[in-house]
Design a binder for this molecule. Structure first.
Ligand SMILES: [Zn+2]
Length: 649
């Protein structure tokens, strides 16, 4: 594999299978066009079956054997899943629930990253793995552990003391903390940092605990990446951000400890938005666990390949299918796997092989390219934490609405960026920030500058509700953004059964659109009304507003729209921000583009059971055959990839 190629492979657990099977697996992988495997993230018990008896020989053998078949290794560190003997000898490594009871031992990750004994043994095994394998030619990259931060919260007295010390370092004095958090509600006012309780109910304590754990989880990763850089300079370092619904760690902070963002991608439960969000502002993302099939999904024939190509179309430069073969035992006995328990070839292996040959043929063309977007979606972990601890609407995190906006944009454009609101917004025409609950001064300044420079900003209900400490503002919602939006929102309530219709002459497609769960009471300052409520006590009151500010626009959507309404508002947002539809596309066809300075690639995925035709214009060639194309036919459940032969950036 060339360093500038697309990585294509599987997760492999040699420790699960007898050594004589490894050669069979390696030969099958080579036939399938695989050039990389990821290994070792749960290997501690295989490396060190008893304390101090460490043997890395078997992993060396596996790496060497795979190398002979042209397959390189992404090697993982492994310390967050210790073997049972470590729990037996050092029970203090286990993390503790808020009620003081230690977690169970037969799961995974149930260790506290701040317990001294765990730190000592984790550094011993991870340091041992890193130093031992650092010079190995067949290791192409390193992965830091697995899904870092999941299940690592700990409420034992030692960890809470560390939390209190973090607060002291951050705030300096109890008075500063009281001022930032607010005081006297339920008689809460601290006199010393030791007064800060275990986080259970208090929103400010809970919010700051999430920041503390995000820092803790990132520090765990950084120790390992620092050592890898020292021992194996030049090797890329990654880690896999867990599914989009996990909020234990801010992935943007964790990304500062790695060279390449990595992710788990399970399309049936992970929206395409997740790939763009985990790619963020970086050039690429590696799908380190790519769905093959799940126990609750009847995976249609060919879709494993389409899901993987769709991931690449979003900017991924590595596909590591999870996993090579279903394990015959353990908690994931019936989870993903290309091969079944028996290890025999099947239709998934056929899919794997088909795509493997395609990647071998065109991976070098794909690797230098990346998506280029004029539209971006923003949401933050701080907002998600703030909503989760608010007690108002725990299930109203922004991801679901962001996913709907992303789907709507995907009908119009061929690339969308998704990222944290602190990122640089220059270069975008349209920014959509669903439920930006928490707005600090930096976000407010950045969004204001974006609009004044001519950008179109779309905010939605539940924006600008709290500051960085989780406190409500002493100005009308959306708080620090209310002047920018030109409105005052005077009521915010979550009504799960609320359902209402909109009326709009300005955006006719919004006429009759359905809003749910939240309907803000909006009073325009100098904003125009785009849509009103059609009935109830809100009849005639604004539901959607537009504020022309500087050279730009701010649109505020004061209710949770269903997908049809989101589609209508996105079409209008694209219109007022000058974004035109790239290609007319049939229902069930997705279109993506990746660019470099010399050419661009077009990915057309047909998710339907019928042949589809798309007009793509002049100067396109099929990447596999070189055939010139203007109208492209895509077979059922298949894709086409074309290259624009005369493109110049
Ligand atoms: Zn603890």
């Amino acid at each position: 594999m060339n360093a500038h190629d697309v990585k294509y492979g599987v997760q492999y657990y040699p420790e699960h299978w007898p050594q004589e099977r490894w050669a069979v697996d390696a030969a099958m992988m080579q036939r399938a066009g695989i050039n990389v495997v990821r290994m070792g993230e749960f290997a501690w018990s295989a490396y060190e079956p008893r304390e101090g008896e460490i043997d890395f020989t078997w992993m060396e053998d596996a790496i060497r054997l795979l190398g002979k078949h042209g397959i390189q290794t992404i090697l993982c560190t492994c310390s967050r899943t210790p073997p049972p003997w470590l729990y037996r000898k050092y029970p203090g490594i286990l993390n503790v629930q808020p009620n003081g009871i230690p977690h169970e031992k037969d799961g995974r990750y149930r260790v506290a990253l701040l317990h001294d004994v765990f730190i000592e043994h984790a550094r011993r095994i991870d340091g041992g793995v890193i130093r031992h394998f650092a010079g190995h030619d067949n290791i192409v990259a390193w992965q830091l552990d697995n899904e870092i931060g999941d299940a690592n919260d700990c409420h034992c007295p030692h960890c809470i003391e560390q939390f209190q010390k973090y607060l002291e370092a951050k705030y300096g004095t109890p008075e500063k903390l009281n001022e930032a958090w607010g005081e006297h509600f339920w008689s809460f006012r601290i006199d010393t940092f030791k007064d800060v309780p275990t986080p259970v109910r208090h929103p400010q304590v809970l919010l700051e605990y999430r920041r503390f754990m995000s820092h803790t989880n990132t520090a765990f990763a950084r120790w390992r990446s620092d050592l890898i850089r020292q021992c194996a300079p030049g090797k890329q370092i990654t880690t896999n951000f867990q599914n989009i619904h996990a909020i234990h760690t801010d992935c943007h902070e964790l990304a500062t400890a790695v060279d390449v963002n990595g992710m788990n991608h399970y399309p049936s439960r992970t929206p395409e938005l997740a790939i763009d969000y985990y790619r963020g502002k970086r050039d690429t993302v590696w799908a380190l666990e790519q769905h093959t099939r799940l126990r609750d999904v009847d995976t249609p024939a060919g879709w494993m390949r389409l899901w993987a190509w769709m991931t690449i179309a979003h900017g991924a430069n590595a596909i590591v299918h999870f996993r090579w073969r279903q394990c015959r035992w353990g908690a994931e006995q019936f989870c993903d796997g290309i091969l079944p328990h028996s290890g025999e070839e099947n239709r998934f292996y056929g899919d794997l092989t088909r795509m493997g040959r395609e990647v071998q043929s065109i991976g070098h063309l794909i690797a230098p390219t990346r998506p280029r977007a004029k539209a971006a979606i923003l949401f933050s972990y701080a907002s998600r934490w703030g909503i989760a601890v608010s007690g108002l609407a725990r299930d109203l995190g922004p991801v679901h609405e962001a996913k709907m906006f992303h789907q709507a944009l995907a009908r119009v454009v061929t690339a969308v960026d998704a990222m944290d609101p602190h990122e640089d917004l220059s270069g975008y025409s349209l920014v959509i920030a669903p439920r930006l609950w928490m707005v600090d001064r930096a976000i407010a300044a950045s969004l204001t500058q974006f609009v004044e420079n001519g950008g179109t900003l779309c905010l939605t209900t539940g924006t600008g509700v709290v500051d960085e400490y989780g406190k409500g503002f002493d100005e009308p919602r959306p708080g620090r953004l209310h002047a920018l939006a030109g409105i005052k929102v005077s009521d915010l309530a979550h009504q799960p059964n609320l359902r209402l219709n909109l009326r709009s002459s300005i955006v006719p497609a919004l006429e009759g659109a359905v809003g749910e769960q939240i309907a803000d009471e909006i009073h325009p300052l100098d904003a125009e009304t785009v849509a009103t409520h059609a009935s109830g006590w809100r009849q005639g009151l604004p539901a959607i507003t537009l504020h022309r500010k500087g050279k730009g626009n701010v649109v505020y959507v004061g209710t949770l729209l269903q997908q049809a309404g989101i589609n209508a508002i996105v079409d209008w947002l694209c219109q007022i921000s000058g974004i035109e539809q790239s290609f007319a596309r049939p229902e069930g066809v997705s279109i993506y583009e990746r660019f470099c300075d010399q050419y661009k690639l077009l990915f057309l995925v047909n998710w339907t059971d019928a042949l589809q035709t798309v007009e793509i214009g002049k100067d396109w060639q099929d990447v596999f055959t070189g055939e010139a194309l203007e109208a492209i036919q895509i077979p059922a459940n298949d894709l086409r990839i074309t290259r624009h032969s005369t493109y110049e950036s």
